[in-house]
Design a binder for this molecule. Structure first.
Ligand code: DGL
Length: 274
């Protein structure tokens, strides 16, 4: 892999996820930093990552990072909790000094660990994210008075990807997961999967607004801004053309992307594994 050209403030921000989930992060970055150009990659050919072996998740992530570097990205945001928990160190090492690599877990851990009036935090995510124990270990390391209870909710990401949210089916699945004894009596819940902001309202409804729902998109967007500012790479002026790539074209992906970027978004099909 040849080194990318030297990055400039006008260079794009690369964002990737296994599917549409990372669009929640892309949307938050776009709203906070409208001058930045975004290049998004949704690895729909390999979705869901949550049930894949760690070696596969690392291999997919490194290949996508290369693709984003080929596009001259100044920053790579791993907008997927599963890839963040399994592949962050590998991607960071692979990318080296060519771009800044940001994951979605560390910024959220920092925020939650310093939240006031919270004693028991719940975490829901894919099997791989929960198995990695990344949130619980890091939160307790930063604030040992917090209790963390984690629950794998593997059906939620494919359900959302198939367009099932804000309906009877999604409410039934959500209620069945959230009523598990494991995450009873929590006062905050981390949505540890970038797909879940799409069902945030339904989750909030389940708790009747009584607990804090932590959704990483806005937290990560703020972290991206700080990090670009610190390395003097924040762009001002007009953004370039945003590009959205997927490794396998699916109709439901196309429909779901419109939730975030309306009809302005044009999907490009790119199979990196041919
Ligand atoms: N959006 C991804 C995450 O944040 C997971 C969905 C999947 O299993 O691919 O973990």
């Amino acid at each position: 892999m040849k080194a990318s050209k030297t990055v400039k403030s006008s260079s794009p921000i690369g964002i990737f996820d296994s599917g549409i989930g990372g669009l929640t992060v892309a949307d938050a970055i776009h709203k906070l930093l409208p001058s930045e150009t975004l290049i998004y990659f949704g690895d729909t050919a390999h979705l869901p990552y949550g049930d894949k072996a760690p070696e596969s998740i690392r291999a997919y992530s490194v290949r996508i990072a290369d693709f984003l570097l080929e596009h001259g990205c100044k920053m790579i945001v791993i907008a997927c909790n599963t890839a963040s928990s399994i592949a962050y160190e590998t991607v960071k090492e692979h990318v080296g000094g060519r771009a800044t690599v940001i994951d979605v877990i560390n910024p959220v851990v920092a925020e939650v660990s310093s939240m006031k009036k919270i004693t028991h935090v719940g975490v829901i995510g894919t099997r791989a994210t929960i198995r990695s124990n990344a949130y619980a270990t890091r939160i307790v390391r930063q604030n040992e008075s917090l209790k963390v209870s984690s629950l794998a909710t593997p059906l939620l990401a494919p359900m959302i990807e198939e367009g099932f949210f804000n309906n009877k089916i999604s409410r039934t699945v959500i209620n069945s997961y959230l009523s598990r004894p494991k995450i009873k009596k929590i006062d905050a819940l981390i949505l540890a999967c970038t797909h879940y902001p799409l069902i945030k309202a339904e989750i909030n409804e389940y708790y009747k607004g009584n607990i804090t729902i932590v959704d990483s998109a806005a937290i990560v967007a703020r972290f991206v801004k700080q990090s670009l500012a610190a390395s003097k790479l924040l762009h001002s002026g007009k953004a370039g053309k945003h590009r959205f790539y997927i490794s396998d074209f699916t109709k439901s992906f196309e429909q779901s992307t419109k939730i975030f970027f309306k009809d302005k978004l044009k999907l490009e099909h790119k199979n990196l594994w041919k």
